[in-house]
Each structure stands twice: as structure tokens, then as C-alpha cells.
Design a binder for this molecule. Structure first.
Ligand code: SF4
Length: 214
């Protein structure tokens, strides 16, 4: 089975499991989504969703955020990982957004904001603006390798590989489906390769075992 055939079969499984792909991070504007995605680095979406209602009570616009002191922002987000760095970035990003007149669907602009990399920009592009993108985090990177869809050594090459095996119009949905699958089915250890819905027939067992050290 070649990569495209594998991808198609995986897509059928994912469509059956996850016909709907609700956006995991709670938000109600491009800015609140951008902030939530930025906060989600090295933290669960659940944790971010617990923290943002209170944060957005104080600052759900760049103008309001820019008026808060960094130490106040840090206090508001202290339950999540990397809070000191994220607080500094939120303040800086707010000032940049005021100067740039808000959040726009512009790759270069988004990626120039403090604390915003290509993955965060991709999430905002796809989930707020509906522009086809394929945000790749370490989990999707690993699954793409285990499923034999990519041999890439880094996330940007994995992104290119996954964009080739699925049509552009389903990238946004597929990205979320893979995340949901990983969260529900892929444990940190003890993978049952023989009975796994996907790994049982995709990548070579030898490769998966080597990668997972099992
Ligand atoms: S074996 Fe199954 S559970 Fe483990 S990584 Fe592969 S898909 Fe996920």
C-alpha cells in the first residue's frame, strides 16, 4: 500500500470515528483564539479552557491586554506551563496587534507576533479564517511517522508530506481528527500494535517498535 492509499484508508477510519470536529479551545474572536492557541503550548487544551474565562474577563482585546502589567497577566495564567514567558509574550503581542490594527489572515504578520510560530498561525488561519492549513505538533509528527505517512525528521517536512496525501479542502478537519484520535487512542506507553485500529496495518512494526522503544 502506498502513502496515498494508506492516507485514504486512515481518512475513512477517522471520518467514521470523528464525523464532527469541534474546535477544542474555547474562544469568541480571532484574538481570543490566538491567545488560547498561544497559551496551549506545553499545556493541555483543557487547562487553557479553565484559565481563559477569567483572563478574558480582564482582557479579551489587545487594548485591554496591553494595559495589564506583565505580573498581573502572569498571575491570571499561572496555572499553565511557561506562564512567565507567555505573560511577557501576551503583553508584547497586544502592543504589536494595536500597531497592526488587530488580527489578520496574513501568514507573515501572524508569525511576526511575539510567541506565535507557524503552528499557532496555522491553527488561527484554519480554525478562525477557514484557510486550509495543517498545523503539526509533536503528536501529529509522531503519528505521521508511525502510520508510514512521512519519514520527515522535523515538523515542517511532515507538514509538507501530510499536505500531499490529503486534499486541501480536508486539511483543517483531518488535523483535528488526528488530534482527537491521538488523545483517545494513543497512550504514552503499552501500544497494542496487533489490535490497534491504525498501526496494526500501516507502518512496519519494526519501525514503530524502534521508534517507541518497545
Ligand atoms: S499503535 Fe495505535 S495507539 Fe499506538 S501510536 Fe499507533 S495508532 Fe496510536
Amino acid at each position: 500500500m502506498n502513502r496515498k492509499e494508506k492516507a485514504q484508508k486512515i481518512g475513512t477510519i477517522l471520518n467514521k470515528l470523528y464525523p464532527k470536529t469541534p474546535i477544542p479551545l474555547n474562544h469568541y474572536s480571532a484574538y481570543t483564539l490566538l491567545v488560547s492557541v498561544m497559551l496551549s503550548a506545553q499545556t493541555t487544551d483543557k487547562k487553557v479552557n479553565e484559565v481563559t474565562p477569567n483572563l478574558f474577563k480582564y482582557a479579551d482585546t489587545p487594548e485591554a491586554m496591553s494595559k495589564l502589567e506583565i505580573k498581573t497577566i502572569q498571575k491570571l495564567i499561572q496555572q499553565i506551563g511557561l506562564a512567565p514567558t507567555k505573560a511577557k509574550n501576551l503583553k508584547k503581542m497586544a502592543l504589536q496587534l494595536i500597531e497592526g490594527k488587530g488580527v489578520h489572515a496574513d501568514w507573515n504578520y501572524l508569525e511576526s507576533l511575539a510567541g506565535v510560530g507557524h503552528k499557532t498561525a496555522s491553527v488561527v488561519m484554519s480554525q478562525w479564517y477557514g484557510i486550509p492549513a495543517f498545523p503539526i505538533d509533536t503528536h501529529i509528527h509522531r503519528l505521521a511517522s508511525r502510520w508510514g505517512l512521512s519519514k520527515a525528521k522535523n515538523v515542517s517536512m511532515t507538514e509538507q508530506d501530510l499536505k500531499k496525501v490529503w486534499p486541501k479542502k480536508i486539511w483543517n478537519k483531518r488535523h483535528l481528527q488526528i488530534i482527537f484520535f491521538g488523545r483517545e487512542y494513543c497512550p504514552a506507553r503499552n501500544h497494542d500494535l496487533k489490535n490497534c485500529l491504525i498501526c496494526s496495518w500501516t507502518a512496519s512494526k519494526k519501525r514503530i517498535r524502534e521508534e517507541m522503544n518497545i
